[in-house]
Design a protein around this ligand. Structure first.
Ligand SMILES: [Zn+2]
Length: 630
């Protein structure tokens, strides 16, 4: 009985739904086809004017809800192009208000394409004096209107490469955004572009009846379609960690990525040098744009996802994994390092006098090159290549911002293609085994690879979106994309012990950065660079057991990994552990950053022990011992 009733109710609901749908269809047809034609006709007689109303663009907040991108009001002057083409008086007034010659105003108007009744944004983000001057002449300027337009505002001025910016749609972008027309605002880079559909909201339309003089005489309220602003977009970034990372990377060139290896959530992503988002907040001046384009340091390039670097010794944990999986490296495996390995020519270890007899875990801890030359030689290009791909090199990670590069993971096919079958020296593989030669990886790929080491085999697609709160309610959450790579946990146990000893071992290349509170793991790298000084690299995760953060730092032309990249990474990892496990501790933050955080309202200043400055980072004068040189 109850069932029958439910069934009956469902049918009624179903029926009602159908009726509603049908009504909607009729209304749409009326508006778009019948009324559209009517409006078109009337507008030709200058009777109807369509005024667009823009919604506020969605807010962007960090993982804890702190607003990092919001909106400020700005105003645009709008015209009906055909009106001012045919009214020399209006044109003259406009030229005075805007301080722009009449010819230039005419040249700004769209060449056809726009329906006669549609308004066009002649000048965006006008100053208040300009707006006031327009309003004073309002009576003589009935063909000219103004429109509220949200403008981006960045309260913390962080993460320009992640956030990206917005601007008017270009001709080339029309295919990417089929629902937008000339003059519309779209995301140009980063999150603003990737999630433009969500952030943009929906435009509203007001229909005005105007008389022959162009003066609005009636607002057609019935036809009004209000704009719908978007909701809130939560990023995976941690604002404070991002702030710290940018501070530590300032003044250098390179990239930094920190992520949660268990989920792929990106906690901080930095590319330096940065650009000032403020330049893009309103209307971009062409002089600013040209300056950014011509800057030899390429500030618009996102080095974290778009620059390939030789990974150097940060590759050695991958090579060792391959050796163990392939049965080459067993429990008693040892190599003798005399300081060089001969294959056609001598390949040198960074330690000239050699490491002597060395076991796998020590080879990671002390970064012996000869150990890995020999292992690379025995593996060969085909087998080593398989593991390169397994750890995600030579392919996009799938991060949710556009234009990520694949880097280069040289396998046998690659060498055959580049040099011809049988025409290349096996010595090329020796270089790949230590992260040199043909191999190129982005900082993002290195962080992702480090995350696989951290979790002993989980590959989590890196991503920046945490969740989207829709205005009408409802939350869309990002569900992590995880898979386990085909490497045994016993293999990871050995490799991870080597990485732990890089920081915790007596001879570890980054042992200076130990912290009594937590054990950490990592690998230093110093990559030769044919175009200048060596790059400094570090990958690391923490805590050494059950890690919650994995990361990679590349500092271009900065010398040894242990000198520059390692202290930056270690400071970020420590701070994240403090946030997670000791939320009241501020001991690891430098004074300058605390002041910044404090003025941004993130902290109360001063901290209890302000004297305890950042350990090992900028201005570090500690003398390096020879075995820390890599
Ligand atoms: Zn050696």
């Amino acid at each position: 009985m109850a069932d029958e009733q439910t069934h009956f109710r469902l049918r009624i609901l179903w029926g009602l739904g159908l009726v509603c749908l049908a009504l909607l269809w009729v209304r749409l047809f009326q508006l778009q086809v019948l009324r559209g034609r009517e409006y078109q006709e009337k507008s030709q007689a200058n009777a109807i004017r369509v005024v667009e109303e823009l919604p506020g663009r969605g807010l962007i907040v960090d993982r804890r809800g702190r607003v990092i991108v919001e909106n400020r009001p700005s105003y645009s002057l709008t015209v009906i192009p055909s009106d001012i083409r045919h009214s020399s008086g209006t044109l003259m007034e406009l030229a005075t208000i805007l301080g722009t010659p009449q010819e230039e105003i005419l040249s700004l108007l769209p060449k056809g394409g726009l329906p006669a009744y549609q308004t066009f944004k002649l000048a965006r983000d006008i100053s208040f004096p300009t707006l006031a001057s327009y309003k004073a002449r309002l009576l003589d300027l009935s063909e000219v209107g103004y429109q509220f337009e949200p403008k981006r505002f960045y309260p913390y001025s962080v993460a320009p490469h992640v956030l990206g910016y917005i601007g008017e749609i270009s001709e080339a972008e029309k295919a990417r955004f089929p629902n937008k027309k000339a003059g519309d605002i779209v995301g140009k880079q980063g999150v603003e572009r990737k999630y433009d559909d969500f952030l943009a909201g929906k435009k509203g339309y007001r229909y005005l009846m105007v008389n022959a003089l162009g003066q609005a005489v009636e607002d057609l309220d019935d036809e009004y379609i209000p704009p719908q602003s978007s909701g809130k977009l939560y990023l995976t970034l941690d604002l404070e960690l991002q702030y710290l990372a940018e501070e530590l990377m300032a003044g250098r060139r390179g990239g930094l990525v920190a992520l949660d290896p268990n989920t792929g959530e990106i906690l901080a992503m930095v590319s330096v040098p940065e650009f000032d988002l403020e330049v893009f907040a309103g209307v971009l001046r062409s002089s600013d744009w040209q300056q950014l384009q011509a800057d030899p340091s390429i500030p618009l390039l996102n080095r974290a996802t778009q620059s390939g670097y030789p990974p150097g010794s940060t590759f050695k944990p991958m090579t060792l994994s391959a050796g163990i999986e392939e049965g080459i490296v067993g429990p008693g495996y040892r190599t003798f390092c005399s300081g060089g390995y001969t294959l056609g020519r001598v390949y040198h270890c960074f330690k000239k006098e050699g490491h002597g007899t060395i076991a796998p875990i020590e080879a990671i801890e002390q970064s012996c090159d000869v150990f890995f030359y020999q292992l690379g030689h025995r593996l060969g290009a085909e087998r080593l290549g398989y593991y390169l791909h397994e750890f995600g090199f030579g392919q996009k990670t799938g991060i949710d911002i556009e234009n990520e590069i694949t880097g280069i993971a040289p396998d046998k096919k690659f060498f055959d293609r580049k040099f011809g079958v049988g025409k290349w020296s096996p010595g090329l593989v020796l270089n790949v085994a230590i992260g040199q030669g043909e191999v190129l990886a982005t900082p993002l790929q290195l962080a992702h690879y480090c995350g696989i080491m951290a979790t002993a085999g989980i590959s989590a697609t890196p991503h920046l979106l945490l969740k989207m709160y829709q205005k009408e309610g409802g939350v869309i959450e990002y569900s992590p994309d995880l898979h386990r790579i085909r490497i045994k946990s016993e293999t990871f146990a050995i490799v991870r012990e080597g990485m732990r000893r890089v920081i915790e071992g007596e001879r570890g290349t980054a042992r200076r950065f130990r912290d009594p509170r937590w054990q950490m793991a990592g690998k230093t790298g110093t990559a030769q660079n044919p175009h200048g000084d060596d790059h400094s690299l570090f990958i690391g995760y923490a805590p050494a057991e059950n890690p919650i953060i994995a990361m990679a730092v590349v500092a271009e032309n900065s010398g040894f990994g242990a000198t520059v990249a390692a202290p930056i990474a270690v400071n970020i990892m420590k701070r994240y552990l403090e946030i997670a496990f000791q939320p009241d501790s501020l001991s690891q933050l430098p004074d300058s950053l605390l002041q910044k955080l404090s003025s941004a309202g993130l902290y109360k200043y001063p901290k209890p022990h302000a004297a305890e400055a950042l350990t090992g980072a900028a201005g570090d004068s500690t003398v390096r011992t020879p075995d820390e040189a890599d």
